[in-house]
Ligand binder design. Structure first.
Ligand code: BGC
Length: 879
């Protein structure tokens, strides 16, 4: 084997860069570009509440071995002064460091202020690089800065129609800029002069409403007129006023009340003065066509009740009623600082069938989370029902029996996943504002004959709109399809918090989320969602450290399913975010919560073994002891805590939790490991792979246990025999211990039980059950068996973060050139840029191409154990 520079690859890249530089006209200085400036992990965010926001940046260059040696950050409220590096508020001067993440700690930031910032960096030769100027804008910053009051229409929780609110105003002077800040308990849509503001969906994101409420900021300068304006707000129930009834009792949530909002529309005039239009008693309210909305089930819309122009200035609101003041739902109203939910992709109809004059079935080709949009004209009063589901009966009708099991309707007025539209007789248009569903098929039925065409219905794939940062491409198309299905399920389950499924529950199931954390982070830039969700964890944690199994919760889940195998999210999510981003803020913010959690288990289970948990959920056939799997997660939490303690200089804690972890490990091995045979428990797949993957096996027995696992899998005919916890471990346990070929064999299976079996049967998402005929636990859009998505990056591409230098500052590359694959490519854009592994089989040899991003380096470990140091840049190997 030899290593050399790839002239072809580098040559092509260099040419591309020349083109870019030529266009910029500044060739020498621009050879390295300082790019991707973000604040709080978002590009030019609006409404930042943090006193010490985080700045991040990266470099773009094809130069081998590029490293930053120092940086300086400029922050100013004047963009030109920032450009010139004057009047710097950041005050830290030049910092000798190769880090590209810094916390603002200059003079106190003011609320409602746009700040400009840029980075000047030095490379190791002392060359200076300047970034373009970027910006961020602060929001309300302190609760005392709110001017508006919380208002509602004064109705009670049982009233079905959604409240509409409006107010008119006329700006007194020429406008320079305007911002709308809206906090809501429930959901809202904001309108100005007849137009909806922004493209977010389901704002604000779900929180534990009686503990923390989110507000959203919008730049509305363009939408405000110099003369008379109208502002409109439509409120939805969301999880705040859950009227549908299901087994988790959200209808009994302690926070439940009629939706309410608080709004500040802050107008800055040309002369610098400010006027704030606020929510108060001057607003008026009415109901309208949105006659029912449930985040869980569906939405009902009576087009006959539409009030044309309700958010326009000239609308006659004389019949509208007065509004009521309301107490704030919680004392904490903070900015929603994350990628919003959007209608991200539009899906066209793949198959369209008219079953009869009143019944049509639409197939959108892919299973998704989201909504459909209907355009229709029919006789006034016609009732149209749109039933959304993931399966069809043989007779072609939509089957929702796999997803409505936990729904407990009290009557027939609120059918599951079924929007109801009553036609006005004119052209009607409907898309739910405050609901989403999980579906591939829609059955439209009408009370009178209607005419629908393919174009009558459009589907939108809706989810938190996190940027994609990973790609996989394998010579085996089944692997590519599994990866696509994994991503589709991951995104279908990301709505400002990770969920288990977008149809039956929409619950923030903790276990499913930590299983999917690596899968998520390899493919998507989702840090902002997890930071928000861990704040939800802190809101939900009881004084004794206990967490509920679903987060947020209305109370359900403190009594069931919340052992360490599920609620270890409190440690695993911050730890993985730290590994992937090199940003320890979330870990720091979660530290005391993790500690309380671990201490609680320690107090309850002084032996180090715990039976608290659900165990290997939805297994193929073999069952593993709950005590083994739960104790392993308990060990993992104690280890993460010990590492975090070390990182934050808490020496005593570090020693204490390392000892605790040691005790747990010893207790597990004493009870479950047969040291003679190298077998844990009965030796089934989960029992062998969990201890291997989570670092429980004593070093001198690793090879033996791994060999036993390999043999177990061979005896199982290279098929899975695991549930949710085993799935997380098995492929990694094999590929990390010399059995990558066996791992791949399992991963690429196309018959039962396997991921490929689902694909072969038409799956476009991951399922909840290996057995596709199962009568229960058979949602077709679960992420809980999704670890395979991460394993493709790790086990085949070999891309891993180094815990010693997290955030891919030092990239570990350990590819496996497995039998059965001709070529494979994995890429991940980390904090420093794109990491790529690509390999191709050439006869008996392997050609390997690697890219290490600027300002980082890496180590390649080959299957033989041989290691190579990798500088930033492109590398090519013949093996
Ligand atoms: C959910 C799962 C969850 C499980 C826990 C199910 O109903 O859909 O994904 O982890 O319950 O028991």
């Amino acid at each position: 084997m030899h290593s050399r520079k790839s002239f072809t690859v580098i040559g092509v890249r260099f040419f591309a860069i020349l083109l870019v530089l030529f266009a910029d006209g500044n060739l020498a200085a621009q050879e390295v570009r300082l790019v991707h400036l973000q604040v709080e992990h978002l590009p030019s965010p609006l409404g930042i509440d943090q006193e010490h926001p985080r700045f991040t940046w990266r470099f773009e260059t094809a130069k081998q071995g590029f490293k930053q040696s120092a940086y300086e950050i400029y922050v100013n409220s004047d963009s030109l002064a920032t450009q010139r590096g004057e009047g710097n508020l950041y005050q830290k001067g030049k910092i000798v460091s190769d880090q590209t993440l810094a916390h603002y700690d200059g003079s106190a930031l003011k609320a409602f202020t746009k700040y400009f910032w840029k980075v000047r960096a030095w490379d190791r030769q002392g060359n200076v690089l300047e970034s373009p100027v970027s910006s961020f804008e602060t929001g309300i910053m302190q609760t005392a800065n709110w001017k508006g009051s919380w208002i509602s229409d004064g109705q009670d929780i049982h009233v079905k129609p959604a409240p509409y609110f409006r107010k008119t105003f006329t700006p007194s002077k020429p406008i320079k800029s305007a911002r709308a800040y809206v906090a809501a308990a429930g959901l809202y849509e904001l309108y100005l002069n007849g137009k909806r503001i922004g493209n977010h969906r389901l704002d604000p994101a779900y929180t534990r409403f009686d503990r923390r409420n989110l507000y959203v900021s919008y730049d509305v300068t363009e939408q405000i007129q110099q003369d008379k304006n109208a502002i409109g707000v439509l409120l939805g129930n969301g999880w705040y006023n859950h009227q549908s009834t299901a087994v988790w009792f959200f209808d009994k949530a302690p926070w439940r009340a009629r939706p309410t909002f608080c709004l500040d529309l802050r107008i800055t005039y040309e002369d610098g003065s400010v006027e704030t239009i606020v929510s108060d008693k001057t607003w008026k309210t009415s109901t309208g066509p949105l006659v029912f909305n449930s985040i869980y089930t569906a939405e009902h819309y009576d087009a006959r009740l539409k009030q044309e122009g309700w958010s326009k200035a000239d609308f006659n609101d004389s019949t509208w009623k007065e509004v009521f003041y309301r107490a704030a739902p919680s004392q904490q109203v903070v900015s929603q600082t994350m990628h919003p939910i959007r209608n991200v992709k539009q899906l066209k109809v793949k198959d369209f069938k008219k079953l009869n004059d009143t019944t049509y079935v639409f197939d959108f080709g892919k299973n998704i989370s989201g909504v459909t949009e209907l355009h229709i004209q029919g006789e006034e009063g016609t009732v149209v029902r749109l039933k959304h589901g993931e399966r069809l009966y043989e007779n072609g009708h939509v089957d929702i029996s796999n997803i409505d099991q936990h729904y407990r309707p009290t009557d027939h007025r609120d059918p599951f996943q079924t929007d109801i539209v009553i036609l006005s007789g004119k052209h009607d248009h409907f898309m739910p504002a405050f609901n989403y569903k999980g579906f591939q098929y829609v059955e439209v039925t009408a009370s009178r004959p209607i005419i629908l065409k393919e174009e009558s219905l459009t589907a939108y794939f809706m989810h938190s709109d996190v940027p994609q940062v990973g790609t996989i491409h394998a010579s085996n198309p089944v692997i590519n399809k599994i990866w696509e299905a994994t991503n589709r399920s991951y995104l279908s389950n990301l709505f400002g918090y990770p969920t288990d499924c977008p149809q039956r529950e929409k619950n923030g199931w903790t276990g499913d989320a930590h299983i999917a954390i690596e899968t998520g982070l390899y493919s998507f830039d989702a840090i902002t969602i997890y930071e928000k969700w861990l704040a939800d964890h802190r809101d939900e944690q009881q004084a004794n450290g206990v967490l509920p199994s679903i987060i947020p919760t209305g109370g359900w889940g403190y009594e069931w399913g919340n052992g360490p195998d599920w609620t270890s999210t409190i440690a695993l999510i911050p730890w993985n975010v730290y590994l992937f981003y090199g940003d320890n803020k979330l870990l720091k913010d979660s530290y005391s919560a993790i500690k309380r959690y671990v201490d609680h288990i320690d107090a309850l289970y002084p032996s180090g073994l715990t039976t608290w948990g659900l165990g290997d959920w939805v297994p193929v056939k073999s069952k593993s002891p709950v005590e083994l799997s739960s104790s392993i997660y308990y060990y993992v939490d104690a280890m993460i805590l010990a590492k975090a303690a070390k990182l934050f200089g808490k020496e005593q804690d570090a020693i204490h939790y390392e000892q605790l972890a040691g005790k747990i490990k010893d207790a597990i091995n004493a009870k479950y490991l047969n040291k003679e045979t190298g077998i844990y428990g009965q030796g089934v797949q989960t029992e062998l792979s969990m201890p291997l993957f989570w670092g429980i096996v004593p070093d001198d027995l690793r090879a033996k246990v791994a060999k036993n696992l390999g043999e177990r899998v061979a005896a199982d005919n290279y098929h899975l025999d695991v549930g949710l916890l085993g799935t997380k471990a098995i492929l990694n346990a094999l590929s990390e211990n010399g059995y990558a070929d066996i791992a791949y064999k399992i991963a690429a299976q196309e018959d039962y039980p396997s991921w490929g079996w689902w694909i072969k049967n038409g799956a476009t998402t991951l399922y909840e059950n290996w057995n596709i005929q199962s009568a229960h636990d058979i949602s077709l859009n679960h992420i809980m068996f999704g670890e395979i998505g991460a394993w493709l990056y790790k086990g085949l591409g070999g891309i891993k973060p180094d815990p010693e230098k997290p955030g891919f500052k030092h990239v570990l590359i350990e590819p496996h050139f497995v039998e059965g694959l001709e070529s494979f490519e994995a890429s991940h854009i980390g904090p420093h840029g794109k990491i790529t592994t690509r390999w191709e089989r050439k006869g008996k040899h392997i050609k390997l191409w690697l890219t290490i991003p600027p300002n980082s380096d890496g180590t390649l470990t080959l299957p033989s154990g041989e290691k190579r140091t990798l500088a930033a840049g492109s590398h090519e190997f013949d093996i």
